[in-house]
Design a protein around this ligand. Structure first.
Ligand SMILES: [Zn+2]
Length: 384
């Protein structure tokens, strides 16, 4: 089967992040079995979800992991001009479907080259590592990477995460974490605001602190020109319905914010500083209202950044597999930082453009898909 034929099957399984991925996992496992490749699962039994990993080639050190995620983002409310779960080739030589680009295209490339991998006389192995729930916070990759480390007696060396990068090697990725902050104030008549504590006023103070913190990082020179924008961002994207009337002091408010860090900044350090500011505010406001409180929880696990130094061997290695030799960095979350933390030298490189991901009429060009196949064929040669 060609990569395009496999892709048309993969996109027909509408597995969203958070949902059971049994349908697409079954098909991939059947395909692996047909080619006599043993595979392992890392389960979330409760929710009927599983990652898949397998090795093609001998159990020796120096292997390369090809990593992809099987889930996609929803299509609701998006103006699709074709069925999002049917791969549609148009006269512009582009293949349209949800996940065509992010990132079933890469998985299709891996599976299309599998028969050649199996036949090749590999001296060092190639692994597939396919996860679920990437789109809702890269939830499955840490357990998948850990299982690869513990299951195989040999040590894989590199990981290529096939997120859409237009086949450009990406060695930097921002880290991301999402927080939810709830402020507990006192209810009362608005005329008494000087003796009550408004949850909305205090939330506003905290929200502006977050924006100022971002600006302070920039002013202090925390800049990494590889990224666009070249600095850590802090952003409040959602303020829950709060308060009941203009003349009633609001007793509760909740807001949701994200932090996207360049590798030199640390999400946890930013949170610690925010919490220290909250602690001061709590102390001061409790003089007016003893139950005043601010509670911040992690709403989305911390996805670490990727910062692969140019001197690491994987950089030369990936340059040997692709035509584009210019290294890049991305601001979206991906599993690359997690594979790197698990001990594999990691880079992102895959077919398609991230600009097409998550939107209506997502596509991957046939040319990009062919370049993906070409990279994996070169990998087979290199490992032979
Ligand atoms: Zn993705």
């Amino acid at each position: 089967m060609t990569a395009q034929e496999i892709l048309s099957l993969l996109v027909s399984f509408p597995v969203l992040g958070g949902e059971s991925n049994a349908s697409i996992a079954n098909w991939i496992e059947q395909y692996l079995t047909t080619h006599k490749v043993d595979f392992q699962n890392v389960h979330d039994h409760k929710a009927n979800k599983r990652s898949i990993h397998c090795r093609i080639g001998p159990p020796v050190d120096g292997g390369v992991i090809l990593s992809g995620h099987m889930d996609v983002v929803p299509v609701q409310g998006q103006p699709w001009s074709t069925d999002p779960f049917t791969l549609t080739e148009k006269s512009d030589s582009k293949l349209y479907a949800r996940g065509s680009c992010d990132m079933k295209g890469f998985i299709a490339c891996c599976l299309a080259v599998l028969p050649e991998m199996v036949k090749a006389d590999l001296k060092r192995p190639i692994y597939f590592a396919f996860s679920y729930d990437e789109e809702i916070g890269c939830l499955a990759a840490p357990a998948l990477a850990a299982n690869i480390n513990s299951y195989y007696s040999e040590q894989p060396k590199y990981a290529i995460i096939g997120e859409p990068s237009m086949m450009q090697p990406i060695t930097g990725q921002k880290g991301i974490v999402i927080y939810k902050t709830t402020v507990n104030g006192s209810a009362g008549h608005s005329s008494r605001i000087k003796t009550e504590v408004s949850a909305i006023f205090e939330s506003a103070r905290l929200i502006l602190w977050l924006e100022e913190k971002m600006n302070r990082l920039i002013e202090a020179g925390h800049i990494d020109q590889r990224f666009d924008p070249p600095h850590t961002t802090l952003h409040v994207g959602k303020f829950d319905k709060s308060g009941i009337a203009p003349n009633v002091v609001s007793d509760s408010a909740t807001f949701h914010w994200d932090v996207r860090v360049i590798p030199k900044d640390d999400c946890r350090a930013i949170l610690a500083e925010f919490n220290a500011y909250c602690a001061e505010l709590i102390k001061e406001k409790q003089k007016l209202f003893s139950e005043f409180d601010i509670v911040t929880t992690e709403a989305h696990s911390n996805v670490p950044p990727l910062d692969t130094p140019d001197k690491l061997e994987v950089v030369e290695f990936i340059k040997g597999l692709v035509d584009n030799q210019e290294l890049g960095a991305v601001s979206y979350a991906a599993e690359a930082g997690q594979f790197s933390e698990a001990g594999f030298q990691s880079v992102i490189c895959g077919p398609g453009d991230i600009a097409q991901a998550h939107r209506a009429n997502e596509f991957v060009s046939i040319e990009q898909l062919e370049l993906g196949v070409k990279m994996i064929r070169r990998l087979v040669e290199k490992q032979s």
